[in-house]
Design a protein around this ligand. Structure first.
Ligand code: UDX
Length: 437
């Protein structure tokens, strides 16, 4: 099939490459010429495991091209809207500028029978609004909402073998003409057993925000338990292991630590609350305010614990932050709790050095006043305290004896509860976890 993918960020670039991998003829379109130049040279403009190889692989077939020219969408059967919906400055609501602009720019290029497929995370009600615009332009075209659930760091696999497909169509019916088109598009993953659910527009939009809200709630729940564990001398990791064995609860997303960040969960729960307010259903989501508050409290808690670890004052303390991406296997620092903690410590008088295998460039662009050191041993040298804030494999595997030889004082705060406290203490470290005795 001929496909256009409008918006080539995390979602769109991966989606375009994966659709070409499935055998379709794909054009990726973005307003940012830098992104388009990099993608055209088969380089991912961000770090995502496997994406460079996939881009090279599919571009060699001639099935994937990139352009800044929206008129290249003309002639495609299916048009994916993959642009971002960031948080509006100074408000909780999602900024719909890019979705609106992409749709408006696409409209004149629609042909009879085309599908416009929304993948961006949007406030419920958006699909119905965009469907009207599509209908006015080209009555035989259809708008579908087909939310994307990919995780950064696993984006390629999540796109090629998702847990499920959700098709939101105007009448919510399996017989809607768009269903057969999407089935053909996703024929390979469907044939390998990926389930698909057909529903109406608002339900499909809500599936995405509900899923992210649930995940955020799960993380904040265990972080609230961590607060209680700290107050009572209990161990939140053992607590999570034990409750997680109940398969109604499950152990995944029960890792207590410095909290969630990234380009999705924080802004999605806020946008969801804002939308609920507009719909007169704000009471239904007031608990998300608490989820957000618990999450943000983790950051100040780590700053306080670091102060205690450093003997009561941060002034002049040389602190090394291990890992600053919002999670491992990503160079993304959007709303990264690690970066926010590093900046807070620096503001409170510490001398902070940050290291990370992939995210330093992005971090330095946001907080140029911190010191950045790509080499882990150099970053650790002379430190008064280490803070493990993003659990990259190389930090989990640090040897406590070897590491001790580089630092000034052997103190470590394990912000992700991934180190073995017994081993680190035995090597002479003052070890501090979160929600652990
Ligand atoms: C999330 C959703 O998982 C994905 O389905 C959706 O499409 C986009 O948003 P992503 O932002 O890539 O994906 O990250 P995710 O793996 O969900 O992690 C989010 C944050 O939660 C990270 O900062 C991570 O460190 C943190 N986290 C995760 C925890 O603190 N504890 C956990 O147990 C799990």
């Amino acid at each position: 099939m001929r496909i256009s993918v409008i918006g080539c960020g995390y979602l769109g670039a991966v989606h375009a490459a994966c659709m070409a991998k499935l055998g379709h003829q794909v054009v990726g379109i973005d307003v940012d010429p830098r992104k388009i130049a990099e993608l055209s040279a088969a380089n991912a403009p961000f770090y995502e495991p496997g994406l460079d190889e996939l881009l090279q692989d599919v571009q060699a077939t001639g099935r994937l091209s990139f352009t800044t020219d929206i008129s290249a969408a003309a002639g495609s059967d299916v048009h994916f809207i993959c642009v971002g919906t960031p948080q509006t400055k100074g408000e909780n609501a999602a900024d719909m500028t890019y979705v609106n602009a992409a749709t408006t720019a696409l409209l004149p290029h629609l042909r009879p029978g085309n599908l416009v497929v929304g993948k961006s995370t949007v406030p419920v009600g958006t699909a119905a609004r965009l469907a009207r615009l599509v209908d006015e332009q080209e009555p035989s075209a259809h708008l579908v909402w087909n939310p994307e659930f990919l995780r950064e760091g696993h984006a390629v696999a999540d796109t090629l073998q998702p847990d499920r497909f959700v098709y939101g169509v105007a009448d919510g019916s399996e017989d809607h003409a768009a269903v057969a088109v999407l089935d053909e598009l996703y024929a390979a993953p469907l044939a390998s057993g990926t389930p698909r659910l057909v529903m109406d527009h608002p339900t499909a939009e809500l599936v995405k925000t509900a899923a992210n809200s649930f995940l955020a709630t799960k993380i904040s729940f265990i972080n609230a338990m961590a607060e209680l564990c700290e107050a009572s001398g209990a161990d939140v990791t053992r607590l999570a292991d034990a409750i997680g064995m109940d398969d109604r609860i499950g152990r995944k997303f029960l890792n207590a630590g410095i909290g969630f960040g990234g380009g999705c969960l924080p802004k999605d729960i806020r946008a969801f609350m804002a939308r609920a307010g507009e719909l007169g259903a704000d009471q239904a989501l007031t608990f998300l305010r608490e989820v957000d508050a618990i999450n943000m409290r983790r950051r100040s808690r780590v700053v306080e614990l670091t102060r205690v670890l450093c003997g009561g004052s941060l002034l002049g303390q040389r602190i090394t932050v291990l890992g600053v991406a919002f999670k491992p296997e990503s160079d993304d620092v959007r709303d990264s709790p690690a970066l926010s903690i590093a900046a807070q410590l620096q503001l409170q008088g510490a001398v902070v050095t940050v290291t990370d295998p992939k995210a330093l460039e992005n971090a330095a662009r946001r907080f140029p006043e911190l010191q950045y050191e790509p080499d882990t041993s150099a970053a650790i040298q002379g430190a008064d305290a280490l803070l493990l804030l993003t659990e990259w494999r190389e930090y989990r595997d640090l040897d406590p004896f070897e590491t001790a030889s580089g630092v000034t004082t052997a103190r470590i705060l394990d912000g992700r509860n991934v180190l073995d406290p017994g081993k680190w203490r035995a090597a002479g470290w003052q070890y501090r976890g979160l929600g652990r005795p």
